[in-house]
Write a protein that binds this ligand. Structure first.
Ligand code: ADP
Ligand code: MG
Length: 642
């Protein structure tokens, strides 16, 4: 029968300056199940190198290593990790405990990677520590334990997955003689249970405790006391591990939280870039949306499906006052055109109002009966005039809220009469003041039938403008074109211009959108910078925690476990940064409102969700490279560096 371990002609060489440095020169070695072997040799003779090859932490450069009948060279990294997890238990000279975890937590680590449910592995770890005399130290951190106690924790860790082979590299090297003695006794007991123990030492007294001593020098076996090799039956083989991946992810998350707690200030500084980036993105979007809504509210009073036709080439045309070609009949004809729902002429004049001892100047808008409907003016009291009033040139008028406050600060204005210029007018309704632009209008407006204004004040049939409501199902652009063509033909020339409220609204909307996009782009750049910061710190942290990574690999972490741990840490840093950033943005909004910003920032759930998603994405993208570089570390190099 083939022994548990069979090395034939195993060599190990390292590339060095000129040619290769060969550390092991053709090692032939059989170790049977249940042996207690000491490998002894001077420092630098290649003991640790041999041990790392035996434990599948390192691969031979040449020769063959058959473990339990299988050629190790044919195994992939995942299978090797499985062997380190379930077949071998490592005990190191410098213990290699994780300092941020308790004794119990350290012992549990290999069982986590094996996928043992948390209560089962906690019980097992506690039982092992109890058996090794550490029952009252479960919650202690490595820094609170003596060397001998730390080594017992590391032995318990080696046993938690029921390892068949214990590999101990100078386990007593850092201990005083009494603690060393205790550790050797424990190893003897483990061997008596049927476990194979392979012990590396430079100390002949330690080696003498083993049942078989192999001496090596300069990478060659000098002597081997193998005489009484008796293979004992294997102990209970470890139950194959069911590996609930979700449980391992939960553990990776717990590890990430531990690592962040261990480095609070650094974690915060790492987050800062993300916090600033997310806070500015969310704030900028909220401010942009707030100002857009404010502007839209201001212009919504203008109505959105109306066209205003004025004489002249454009606003400010000095000759527009003299253009008298835009007349009432134009409106009557336009109302018959396709796409046009109704037309209301506007004429206007400025007059002094008198009521009792009160005097005020007001704009009198001569409008059609449809005007209130067309321009979206709402009445708060009374009624508007109708078509009959217009035909009759009635002196019944609608005053706006500002006028009511000036002329009739108390009492019911309806039915009251006042003078406008030389003409008496009677109030039949009160309309809301039309706010145009921020701050609203402070001028006084009176709506009278246009016929009245023309007859009583202006004495002409030309109008100062036509307000035209486009049919609901019609397209604004087409309607505008139709109206332009029609009027141009009627007048023989284009002596008018059209203002399209929808166009104004679109212009304002797109302008604020452009501004928002621009500032958001700057904020996104700051997020990118934050992400690069995260990547940078994570890369540093990989280098700093190289020993931890090596240890995790030695106790059987898969590459994917290491990758997940670092990736989760990066995502967690970014997510927490994202939450803090959103809170900062909300706080900024509250302050902005307090200091009296002219509008309220509007936070949408969508923008906050998007911010959180991008924080996550940044963690994934910028955490990926550090995570991969951590998972690609060579366990031996990582262990010896840590
Ligand atoms: P021991 O454990 O017996 O003291 P090692 O097995 O650690 O000795 O090392 C044996 C030899 O291999 C030493 O000369 C050491 O310098 C060399 N060595 C070990 N690891 C490396 C490496 N990664 N690269 C180059 N040389 C190495
Ligand atoms: Mg060594």
């Amino acid at each position: 029968m083939e022994p548990l371990i069979r090395l034939s002609g195993v060599t190990r060489s390292y590339p060095s300056g000129d040619g290769d440095l060969t550390v092991l020169h053709g090692i032939d070695l059989d170790i049977a199940q249940g042996e207690f072997v000491a490998i002894i040799g001077a420092s630098g003779s290649g003991k640790s190198t041999l041990m790392n090859i035996l434990g599948c932490l390192d691969r031979p450069s040449g020769g063959s290593y058959r473990l339990d009948g299988r050629e190790v060279a044919t195994l992939d990294p995942g299978q090797l990790a499985g062997l380190r997890r379930e077949f071998f238990g490592f005990v190191f000279q410098r213990y290699h405990l994780l300092s941020e975890m308790t004794a119990l937590g350290n012992v549990e680590v290999p069982a986590i990677y094996r996928g043992i449910p948390s209560s089962a592995r906690r019980d097992k770890a506690a039982a092992l520590l109890g058996r090794l005399g550490m029952g009252d130290r479960l919650g202690h951190h490595p820094g609170q334990l003596s060397g001998g106690q730390q080594q017992r924790v590391s032995i318990a860790r080696a046993l938690v997955n029921d390892a068949r082979v214990i590999l101990a590299d100078e386990p007593t090297g850092a201990l005083d003689s009494r603690s060393g003695e205790e550790v050797l006794t424990i190893l003897e007991e483990l061997n008596a249970e049927g476990r194979t123990v392979i012990l590396v030492t430079h100390d002949p007294k330690v080696a003498a405790r083993a049942r078989r001593v192999i001496e090596i020098a300069d990478g060659r076996i000098l002597s081997d006391s193998a005489d009484s090799v008796v293979a004992t039956p294997a102990p209970q083989p470890a139950t194959p591990s069911g590996v609930p991946r979700i449980g391992r992810l939960a553990e990776a998350l717990r590890m990430a939280v531990l690592a962040m707690r261990a480095n609070k200030l650094r974690s915060f500084l790492t987050m800062l870039g993300i916090i600033i980036g997310i806070a500015s993105v969310v704030s900028v979007v909220a401010l942009g949306e707030g100002s857009r809504q404010q502007v839209l509210e201001n212009i919504s009073g203008l109505g959105t499906n109306t066209l205003q036709i004025y004489p002249g080439q454009n606003f400010g045309d000095t000759r527009s006052g003299k253009v008298t070609t835009l007349v009432l009949e134009d409106g009557v004809q336009l109302a018959r055109q396709a796409h046009v729902a109704s037309v209301s002429p506007t004429v206007s004049t400025s007059q002094t109002l008198r009521h009792g001892s009160t005097e005020a100047t007001a704009q009198i808008s001569g409008v059609g009966e449809q005007y209130f409907d067309v321009a979206g003016v709402t009445l708060t009291q009374g009624r508007a005039f109708d078509a009959a009033d217009v035909t009759a040139m009635s002196q019944d008028v609608v005053i706006d809220e500002n006028t009511r406050q000036s002329l009739f600060p108390t009492g019911d204005p309806l039915g009251q009469t006042f003078m406008a210029g030389k003409v008496p007018l009677r109030v039949i309704g009160v309309a809301e003041t039309q706010s145009r632009g921020p701050g609203g209008s402070t001028s006084l407006t009176i709506y009278a039938p246009y016929s009245t204004v023309q007859a009583r004040y202006l004495g002409s049939t030309s109008v100062s403008g036509l307000t035209l409501r486009v049919a609901d199902d019609a397209d604004m652009t087409i309607a505008q074109q139709t109206v332009t063509d029609f009027l141009t033909q009627r007048h023989g020339t284009k002596d008018f211009f059209i203002v399209n409220n929808d166009e104004i609204r679109q212009t304002i909307t797109s302008t604020t959108q452009t501004m928002t996009m621009l500032i958001a782009a700057i904020a996104v750049i700051s997020l990118l910078v934050g992400g690069i910061g995260v990547m940078n710190i994570m890369l540093v942290s990989v280098t700093e925690r190289i020993g931890e990574i090596g240890l995790r690999m030695a106790v059987g972490a898969r590459r994917s476990d290491i990758r997940a741990q670092f990736l989760i840490e990066a995502v967690l840093v970014c997510l927490i940064g994202g939450v803090a950033g959103v809170l900062a943005a909300l706080g900024f909004g509250a302050i902005f409102a307090q200091v009296g910003g002219s509008f309220q920032p509007v936070y949408s759930t969508a923008s906050i969700m998007a911010a959180m998603a991008s924080a996550c994405g940044i963690g994934l993208v910028f955490g990926y490279m550090p995570a991969v570089s951590a998972s690609k570390l060579d366990p031996v190099a990582a262990l010896s560096a840590g």
